[in-house]
Design a protein around this ligand. Structure first.
Ligand SMILES: [Fe+2]
Ligand SMILES: [Fe+2]
Length: 190
């Protein structure tokens, strides 16, 4: 794996200043939540740092990256371009940063949609992206409080808000997000 200085330089060169700061924020929050739940802090920080590293690439490049990311990407995803930077960032993580840790890569892969039966690391990166300090929306303070009490409750709240947001805008809803929410409803005491 390349050094953190290399990754930092890459992010500065490939992301807007706003998104670069967002990435640093997500890394910090992910590390803090990981510490709280006794999960590998440095992996959570790394996944948070790189989660959006492909987000400003062209649709054509993202399609190409997604096809080569090493994780399954279904046909549906190509109709929801927002989703492709998950697998796209995995591709850059592997091929440019030399990251091969599956926990880190799968957390990056699923940070946009979530998925059924998420690992704790995947949950941490998803929710860190959702609540980092520059985010502002109704209900965020509730999620910020919940995340240190019960991460599944925080996630369910986040999925509910996301699904409502997409429906209100008549957007396409990826089945992984519905599966993630349904799994939480069925498998946790809420
Ligand atoms: Fe993202
Ligand atoms: Fe993000």
């Amino acid at each position: 794996m390349v050094g953190l200085n290399f990754i930092d330089k890459y992010l500065k060169e490939h992301l807007s200043k706003k998104r670069y700061i967002h990435s640093l924020n997500v890394a910090d929050i992910a590390a803090s939540i990981a510490e709280h739940y006794d999960v590998d802090e440095s992996k959570a920080r790394l996944a948070g740092l790189i989660h959006d590293c492909s987000k400003e690439e062209s649709y054509e490049d993202l399609v190409n990256y997604a096809q080569n990311c090493g994780f399954p990407v279904d046909e549906e995803s190509y109709n929801i371009p927002e989703i492709l930077h998950g697998p796209g960032s995995v591709y850059i993580a592997r091929s440019i940063f030399g990251i091969d840790d599956v926990e880190v890569l799968s957390s990056v892969r699923y940070h946009v949609t979530g998925k059924e039966n998420m690992t704790l690391m995947e949950k941490i990166v998803f929710i860190a992206d959702y609540i980092e300090p520059s985010r502002k929306f109704d209900g965020i303070d509730n999620i910020r409080d919940l995340v240190y009490q019960d991460i599944d409750k925080a996630l369910l709240f986040a999925f509910d808000l996301t699904i409502k947001y997409i429906i209100d805008r008549k957007g396409l809803l990826h089945h992984d997000t519905v599966d993630a929410r349904n799994f939480l409803i069925k498998n946790t005491t809420l």
